[in-house]
Ligand binder design. Structure first.
Ligand code: FES
Length: 101
């Protein structure tokens, strides 16, 4: 059964923003797209860049290191269908954001 781990308050991740959060021994990239929270593994699949610190436009994040772009709603690389970043289920309860791991 999945463990529910608190990552942040919802206020810390406003609409259109992302954040890098370390919890449960992992790095998570947490995004708020139109009020929906999406969570990816925060380590870029290219060379380990910080996806949570990337620029979010719509549902696409651009890695700050070399510009790879991923759809934060499903982890798909925008140009290469063979690249799939792991994603995690999110839960928002009482103003807090949790990840299921
Ligand atoms: S480390 Fe993310 S694009 Fe290179």
């Amino acid at each position: 059964m999945a463990e529910k781990v608190r990552l942040a308050s919802l206020e810390e991740i406003p609409v259109g923003a992302g954040a890098e959060i370390v919890a449960a021994g992992r790095v998570f990239a947490v995004y708020n797209v139109d009020g929906q929270i999406h969570i990816l593994d925060g380590v870029c699949p290219h060379a380990g860049g910080p996806l949570g610190k990337g620029t979010l436009e719509g549902c696409v994040v651009t890695c700050p290191w070399h510009g790879w772009q991923l759809d934060v709603t499903n982890g798909h690389h925008c140009l290469n269908a063979n690249i799939q970043q792991p994603s995690f289920e999110s839960v928002v309860e009482d103003g807090d954001v949790f990840v299921l791991v």
